[in-house]
Design a binder for this molecule. Sequence first.
Ligand code: AMP
Length: 332
Amino acid sequence: MYKDLINSINVLLLLDFLFFIKLHFMSLITVGTMAFDAIETPFGKVDKIVGGSATYVAYAASNFLQPVQQISIVGYDFPEEEMNDLKSRGVQVEGVEVVPDKKSFFWSGRYHLDMNTRDTLITDLNVLADFNPVVPESYQGSEFLMLGNLMPKLQLSVINQLKVRPKLIVMDTMNFWMDIALDDLKEVLKKVDVLLVNDGEARQLSGEFSLVKAARKIMQMGPKFLIIKKGEHGALLFNENHVFFAPALPLEEVFDPTGAGDTFAGGFIGHLAKTKDISFDNMKTAIIVGSAMASFCVEKFGPEKLKEIKKEDIDARINEFVQLVNFDIDLV
Ligand code: AMP
């Protein structure tokens, strides 16, 4: 009788242990802003919609693996329904600090007619001004880290808190931080594997107009892989002397490009974390997945469209990308 009891306890302990292993080795930490945005595009205007780099990353990545372990900060005004929506998609929010007496980060931007360029009108740091991200103990051991767009110092602090270096660290950033915190940004660059920037930011960071020369210079700053996003003209993936191009899907309706870069990042790292393969070849697939996710994001204001899509929609969209670039050629 005691033997039976001990055997069942052993089985339970083993199951617990296996669950712990699965949880920790399938997980992804995402860091970034959770915000309110005001957006103006040639097709419309919203005064207050949920946004933020980490919000978009989480909505995108949670389609590929769960849990997504979020690190961010919000104020008293961030909607509870949004938090619940994220949780229902397997996003853990233990690492999201809620400040009871301050407002959430606020960003406002206006897009030009081409929708590829925009002006930042307002950046109100609010809660972000005193943010000191803390990595919860339960997030330790994660294999993948997505450093969403955020102050470089804070991105670095998260890396330094991890007891075991993740298998892959991907970093996103923007011109705003290049303008005001370039030295810090260069420190983070030394510690990451993949950097995501758009073409203008690649030129600003490297001082080179040619994207090939810019890529070479940036990879000397630390990251072994560089992704240069070119909005509606697709994205380039660089590694050593290799380069791969993924198009963007020609869409009939583009309402709001806000968050497309973060959504791309979420799809990219989501696919890599799901497949656990960080080879250049699998990164090629991952940038197609990222491009497919970004193509959904731009179809509605804010993260609305990302909340509507299901696995079948994503698979169908990825298939459209395959059709877009698939051709046979007989050279005689
Ligand atoms: P994207 O269009 O991919 O560049 O991302 C837009 C999102 O980034 C918006 O939802 C903003 O709330 C957020 N954002 C804008 N500026 C910053 C910033 N300086 N740092 C972090 N997040 C930002």
